[in-house]
Design a protein around this ligand. Sequence first.
Ligand code: TXA
Ligand code: MG
Length: 348
Amino acid sequence: MQTEILTVSSIVEDIDKINKAGKLLREGNVVAIPTETVYGLAANALDEKAVSEIFKAKGRPQDNPLIVHISEVYDMEKLCDSVPESAYKLANAFWPGPLTMIMKKNDTVSETVTAGLDTVGIRCPRGRFARAIIRAAGVPLAAPSANTSGKPSPTCVQHVIDDLNGKIPAIVDGGACSVGVESTVVDLTTNPPTLLRPGGITAAQLREVLGELNEDRALTQNVGEGEKVRAPGMKYRHYAPSAPVVILKGAEEKVYDYLLKQSKDKKISFLCYGEESKKRLPEGVEIEVYASSDNPEDLARGLFDALRRLDGRDIDIIYARVPENGDGLEQAIVNRLEKAAGFEKVEL
Ligand code: TXA
Ligand code: MG
């Protein structure tokens, strides 16, 4: 299949391309689209056949539900059995934006979308092209991240091309994603609500609106295959380059000593901060920078691109720096790296 790239830089000037993407989606095709978080692989959420094409193109496990994207906040009412008060509060504070809310679904949403669950994840994205494409399609769009399953999520069009060229009819290129990590997922069917995936809206921001917020155990530990989890996506190895990833924690000197020792009998890469790349790292240690340590927004934007640059290289192991955890954007960065590492960590 020939994949057409529809490059957009203005809603007004590129309206024909946006309408073309909308028409392809309405007619049951799968199209990759830009959002403010990561690129999504979209299909008409009300068309089961179209939705099943998403699973095929990505190689996604059938038991991992998809997020439904809407352009108007109140469209959530059309997809849910009942909308809790907390959803209106969160929508008021953070939509359009990088927040997905899990609520009880109604019959409009098929179990192909929700992987058999009676709940649905809904997000109203802030990305202007995403919203324009949903409007042009005239239907809600089911969309996971537009990567091959297991690989780091795509934050620019080249990542989507690398994974999906020839497998889907079109990719809309709207430039680099401004957030760079996926949306925060919060389950509103529990009391208090549960954070299932940290992301662009922080736990601290959610607590300001909700008061109490629980955090799912899959955020901080491996959950085995076959175990029942609240966010099915959290049990798979994810965001992973081909070589194993191990997180290094500890003071700079200790980390560099450790790298030196390891580099004697292994080919290693070190995913580090910008400021470290200017220091004298042990010879033979290949470095890859994601951003400087004092800027979590840049770290989030740079993370998946760095992981993709590390993918497919002839190396034995990747050691990675992670920021201090907390309830800010760092939590999303730590979560993605811990998932990539399968929670492997060396404390020095
Ligand atoms: O930022 C994002 O959320 C991006 C863009 C494209 O919007 N989408 C995205 O989708 O990251 P995906 O499929 O890669 O991740 C969705 C996550 C998965 O971990 C999935 O298990 C969880 O949300 N999820 C979706 N529906 C759910 C539900 N009903 N209950 C629990 N978890 C759900
Ligand atoms: Mg994904």
